[in-house]
Design a protein around this ligand. Structure first.
Ligand SMILES: O=P(O)(O)O[C@@H]1C[C@H](O)[C@@H](CO)O1
Ligand SMILES: Nc1nc2[nH]cnc2c(=O)[nH]1
Length: 272
């Protein structure tokens, strides 16, 4: 992340706080097909088009709107590396949420189930991740604001995802899965051989996002909780070809269960 870019994003965040009067403590980034989660909250909506420092999302199922109120800021629309965005742009939503005052972040995504115990419609608490993207959002000079490093040059990643968040999620919904998310660039889905390799590496679910956001959030000192909605059997494990339309459709269908879980987690994390 370049110092100038983060300064611009923080400046945009300060403008939004000034206009809306909000400094929420909790941020959330919504995955493919999960845009409706934002509608549970009474919020002011700011289209990404009104935040010129942000790029434009190009993927179906990612609206491109910031929802904000005094407690929460929700990015409905994320930026994926496969869209051609730079690593800085991929994590710009996290920088925006941090700039708005968020100390905690919930990341959500749609993912393919690698673990043979997972089925479409399952929700997996992200316990850990594998970065298979080929880049790290912290590559490049360590960014500074007013001459001070934003975070450690070599940040620890031994506990990216909050165990307290995972425990609370399990308490709220007794039927959750838990596992390791592996991020690949996409946009092609995997081959069955890749899925066998990722399974041997210890991955339970595969997707094309979230990991850079979580790394950057931890670098900024935020607490992170992660949820993957399993939208399909990973390549070679089901009988169907993979299509993004189905990913978005399953996301929409499972939105009510996700909404209930997320509402409980939001209430808890705001009070905790
Ligand atoms: O933004 P997420 O990670 O939820 O989106 C997943 C990964 C790809 O963008 C897309 C593939 O169907 O869904
Ligand atoms: N890479 C990848 N991303 C997904 N997002 C939703 N399902 C999948 C999948 O099977 N593979």
């Amino acid at each position: 992340m370049k110092s100038e870019f983060i300064a611009d994003v923080y400046h945009a965040a300060a403008e939004i706080s000034k206009t809306t009067g909000y400094r929420p403590k909790l941020g959330m980034i919504l995955g493919s097909g999960l845009s409706s989660l934002a509608e549970s909250y009474e919020c002011t909506k700011v289209p990404y088009g009104d935040i010129p420092v942000l790029p434009k999302p190009t993927v179906e199922g990612h609206r491109g709107e910031l929802y904000i109120n005094e407690d929460i800021a929700i990015c409905s629309g994320r930026f994926h590396y496969y869209e051609g965005h730079s690593p800085d742009n991929v994590v710009s939503t996290v920088a925006l949420l941090k700039g708005l005052g968020c100390e905690r972040l919930i990341v959500t995504n749609a993912a393919g189930g690698i673990n043979t115990g997972f089925s479409p419609g399952d929700i997996m608490i992200i316990e850990d991740h594998i970065n298979h993207l080929g880049f790290n959002p912290l590559m490049g000079p360590n960014p500074q604001i007013d001459g001070t490093d934003l975070g450690a040059r070599f940040p620890d990643m031994s506990r990216v995802y909050s165990p307290a968040f995972a425990a609370k999620a399990q308490e709220l919904d007794g039927d959750l899965k838990q596992g390791v998310y592996i991020a690949v660039t996409g946009p092609s889905y995997e081959t069955p051989a890749e899925i066998r390799a990722f399974s041997a590496m210890g991955a339970d679910a595969v997707g094309m996002s979230t990991v850079p956001e979580a790394i950057f959030a931890r670098y900024l000192g935020m607490e992170v909780g992660g949820l993957s909605l399993i939208t399909n059997f990973a390549a070679g494990l089901g009988h169907e070809e993979l299509h993004h339309d189905e990913v978005v459709e399953i996301g929409r269908k499972a939105a009510d269960r996700m909404k209930k879980l997320v509402a409980g987690l939001v209430d808890w994390w705001l009070k905790e």
